[in-house]
Design a protein around this ligand. Structure first.
Ligand SMILES: [Fe+2]
Length: 392
């Protein structure tokens, strides 16, 4: 991340700072005690001030434990729009490092939300709008990743058009991969993006009005409701390295090699025991004898899940936009029969997909059971070629 300042901040930290004579409340919002990144916010009110403590509702995870261990295909197109930008998040898969949900909000929601126990990434498949946050507005458009650090109070105003988001939650931190950064944190020349591609909040709106506002905070595996007697966006200025931002996947500079390059070249973010990668439209491998599709590989220590966003994915048969393949650990996977032959000589792909690889097993939700296409597991099975086809 880079240093950002919005609104008014005093020249020095931890000194009196007033607006029209009123002493403002300084809040240091940071990670890893006081050792990680932080931002300093200046509030009109104490951020501890609550008028009413509402109820705590535990988040229920309904798990599906499949009877068999196979490759899976999940069709999220079957999920009807419903709920709002918070309640509409429907869990698909999870482990202790990551939760992945699909959200197709159909209703507006009054009130605010803050994730107090995890960072979030929203990948916007369809739709546009604004993530309004205590740090300022982050507009979003199709194919944006919106990264929202824990502790960010926000609400989402979305357009009238259909919204389809893939939502990630992690108790860890969402970061750019270490190997893309120098020892000062600046992105290196070989990184597939630069600081210019990351868009922090563009405008800070300070709300000075009173009135009741609901804030729902995710903590301890549940949602705690509070009522404030002031608008939670009461910040007159902030600066630092912690803030929400957007990154459009089309600003990812894809890599191409003489022969096939492995998935780490597509890595976009890292989290604890997982990565998020972006497969973008790109030129394919340019050696005349190259096989421009992935070779078969065994995920001995990781699970690979891919959400298909746009275009035709060359290495997959029967997989449409809006579907998720899950190739779990312990099994080999690769292109289905015939796809490699068909792909030989191809020089470009228009595929767009988001992948999350986890190093610990993923568990599936009851919703994933409803959306499961069991035929996928046998999609590599076909009759052996006859002598005529092999010699002819
Ligand atoms: Fe793979």
């Amino acid at each position: 991340m880079r240093y950002v300042q919005l609104g008014d901040v005093p020249a020095k930290r931890h000194v009196q700072f007033r607006e029209n004579g009123r002493l403002l409340v300084e809040e240091v919002l940071g990670f890893e005690g006081f050792s990680g990144n932080e931002s300093i916010l200046y509030h009109l009110h104490s951020p501890c001030r609550v008028k009413e403590v509402g109820e705590f509702v535990p988040l229920a995870r309904e798990e599906w434990v499949p009877a068999t261990h196979v490759h899976r295909l999940t069709d999220t197109n079957r999920v009807d729009p419903g709920g709002d930008w918070l309640t509409g998040r429907r869990l698909l898969m999870f482990n202790d490092d990551i939760e992945v949900s699909i959200c197709k909000p159909a209703e507006e929601r009054d009130g605010f939300y803050r994730n107090g126990e995890g960072d979030e990434v929203l990948f916007v498949h369809d739709g546009s709008g604004v993530v309004q946050t205590i740090f300022g507005d982050v507009p979003y458009r199709p194919h944006d990743y919106v990264v929202i650090p824990r502790g960010t109070t926000y609400r989402i105003e979305h357009g009238e058009e259909p919204q389809v988001w893939l939502c990630f939650h992690t108790p860890g931190e969402i970061e750019t991969p270490n190997r893309y950064r120098n020892r000062y944190g600046q992105l290196l020349e070989h990184a597939p993006y630069s600081q210019r591609d990351f868009h922090p909040p563009g405008m800070l709106r300070t709300h000075r009005g009173r009135g009741e506002h609901e804030v729902v905070v995710r903590v301890r595996g549940g949602l705690q409701r509070y009522v404030l007697d002031y608008h939670p966006f009461d910040v007159v200025g902030w600066d630092g390295y912690v803030y929400p931002y957007s990154f459009n996947v089309h600003d990812f500079e894809p890599r191409t090699g003489r022969v096939h390059l492995p998935p780490p070249v597509h890595q976009t973010f890292q989290g604890p025991n997982f990565v998020i990668c972006s497969f973008c439209p790109r030129e394919l491998d340019y050696d005349p004898h190259a096989v421009p599709l992935p070779y078969h590989h065994s995920n001995l220590q990781s699970e690979e899940a891919i959400y298909y966003v746009d275009g035709q994915f060359g290495s997959r048969k029967g997989v449409d936009v809006g579907m998720i393949t899950l190739h779990p650990s312990g099994l080999p996977h690769g292109p289905q029969p015939g796809l490699v032959e068909n792909a030989l000589g191809a020089r470009r792909t228009e595929e767009l997909a988001v992948m999350w690889d986890t190093f610990r097993p993923l568990r599936l939700s009851a919703l994933a059971c409803e959306l499961d296409i069991p035929e996928y597991a046998s999609s590599w099975y076909e009759d052996e070629p006859t002598a005529a086809t092999t010699t002819g």
